[in-house]
Design a protein around this ligand. Structure first.
Ligand SMILES: [Zn+2]
Ligand SMILES: [Zn+2]
Ligand SMILES: [Zn+2]
Length: 498
């Protein structure tokens, strides 16, 4: 980028014939003295001459201010490259920037045999032919870039993703990798791995403190990125693994920020701090554990730190509150269509993946026994109130059955297409609009939580007041008077599909 210009100096310089400012002169052209800025701009103007259509460098300006060639303007200027024969701004030794860039690239990529190795020929052409040659020349001045190119030419850096991964991470390495993939010298990597890399770059860019940045980058690359890459070697990385990696890095970043805010560095962390984080955290904050294990193993954290386990019998699991809030919103307060509330309830209570919900039929809901039951696999699960009434109301009034073909539909959630259930993608959209966290990423968590909330005590846990329960009862169209009575705690009678 051009540096800001100093103020014009009329004491020392006459006004430039072009910009009429008092800047240091660079040449006397037919129109008069031209300042260094206008001179540079003129040398870099390329196109077709307004007077003769000649294509090349156009340093002149006609009366209307249009660019003209050397012949038409009478300007003497050396812009003839001895390397490529084209008219262009010269860099050095009468060679243009593009030629110089190309020379430098080929020089750096020259291997032990005295020439550019076959495998690097395309890379040499791509780098040497960069559209903005002057940026390319500047880029090549970096010692890192030079080492990388020389290393590849010498064969000390093999042309593999792994070899590039082993280098200190930098934009340069990723840029070269991108070019090598573009030219099919390296195989294209998994889309989600690439997405994660891009996401990580943006995430890291938001971290101001160098120490935090370094730690998080190491963790993200050496733990998560490496795993995703290893996974992608055998099968495409799943959406769940991708999301989880992002979540872990995000939470680790929050943890580091929390430490910094408390004036602590990782090595100063003591058990009480870890316990504090866990006791005040909700929802996804438990995902810090992967980071803690990693940091302890890397000796960034004191070795004696104990990382809390997510015990099965923990009285209140982190994230539970979040789930109950979502449930309460859906069951008691929500005014969404009945169908959406039922879908949301099934997700929040039974941690079922959306594509299983859409395959349910009316035969999977049992309204004949004492308690409402539902089955996702072979096992029947008891449906807790107040959700049971909601589900029953839905069975009685399923939507999308007005078409002739769907009148006898057995799907629990009939779709708009005859004989088809709702599409899973559509359901996911409905749920996210209703503010229900997306499955399946949280499936394991929800499943664990649901186990800890026996259906019978759910109503109590929801904390609905008797009057709310009454209003709810009206909405659900059920006899709800008994709901005001305290609910007795008992064992969970339902099972979960795994
Ligand atoms: Zn000027
Ligand atoms: Zn001309
Ligand atoms: Zn040239």
């Amino acid at each position: 980028m051009a540096r800001p210009r100093p103020a014009p100096d009329p004491e020392r310089y006459a006004a430039c014939a072009r910009c009429v400012q008092a800047y240091k002169p660079a040449a006397r052209w037919p129109e008069g003295m031209v300042c260094q800025y206008c001179y540079l701009a003129a040398k870099r103007t390329e196109g077709s001459c307004a007077a003769c259509d000649h294509r090349g460098v156009l340093p002149g300006r006609d009366a209307a201010g249009r660019a003209t060639c050397r012949a038409c303007s009478g300007i003497t200027l050396n812009v003839d490259c001895v390397g490529c024969g084209r008219e262009a701004e010269l860099h050095s030794r009468e060679r243009c920037w593009a030629c110089v860039l190309n020379d430098q690239v080929r020089d750096l990529l020259t291997g032990p045999a005295g020439r550019v190795p076959e495998a690097l020929e395309q890379l040499a052409r791509a780098l040497g032919g960069m559209p903005r040659a002057n940026s390319g020349v500047t880029w090549l001045r970096s010692v890192r870039v030079q080492q990388l190119l020389r290393g590849m030419a010498a064969g000390t850096i093999p042309l593999t993703h792994e070899a590039l991964d082993a280098l200190p991470t930098s934009r340069t390495v990723e840029y070269i990798r991108g070019l090598l993939v573009e030219q099919a010298v390296l195989p294209r990597r998994d889309r989600r791995v690439a997405d994660f890399e891009r996401w990580l770059e943006r995430r890291l860019a938001t971290i101001e403190r160098p120490e935090q940045h370094r730690t998080l980058e190491r963790y993200a690359r050496w733990h998560h990125l490496r795993r995703l890459r290893a996974q992608s070697a055998t099968a495409p990385v799943s959406e769940a693994a991708f999301t989880r990696a992002k979540q872990c890095v995000t939470v680790a970043g929050q943890f580091l920020l929390w430490l910094t805010d408390g004036g602590l560095t990782l090595d100063q962390v003591r058990q009480q701090h870890i316990d504090q984080w866990y006791s005040h955290s909700t929802g996804t904050a438990v995902h810090v554990e992967t980071f803690l294990y990693w940091a302890r193993q890397q000796r960034l954290l004191p070795r004696e730190i104990t990382i809390p386990r997510r015990a099965k019998d923990a009285p209140v699991t982190l994230g539970e509150q979040q789930r109950l809030t979502a449930l309460r919103a859906i069951l008691v307060e929500d005014r969404s269509p009945l169908q959406v509330r039922v879908l949301a309830g099934l997700v929040l209570l039974f941690a079922q993946p959306v594509n299983r919900l859409t395959r349910l039929t009316v035969d999977d809901v049992d309204l004949t026994s004492e308690a409402v039951r539902i089955r996702f696999t072979r096992h029947w699960a008891e449906v807790p109130e107040p959700f049971a009434s909601l589900l029953a109301a839905h069975v009685a009034a399923r939507p999308n059955r007005s078409t002739a073909a769907n009148a006898t539909s057995h799907w629990l959630f009939p779709g708009t297409m005859p004989g088809q259930p709702l599409k899973p993608g559509y359901v996911t959209t409905l749920l996210s609009e209703a503010g229900v966290p997306a499955l399946p990423t949280r499936a394991a968590t929800w499943r664990q939580l649901a186990r800890q909330a026996p259906p019978a005590i759910l109503a109590e846990m929801l904390g609905a007041s008797p009057s709310t329960a009454m209003r709810y009862a009206e909405l659900a169209g059920a006899d709800y008077l008994h709901y005001a009575a305290p609910v007795e705690r008992r064992e969970a009678g339902h099972r979960f599909a795994t």
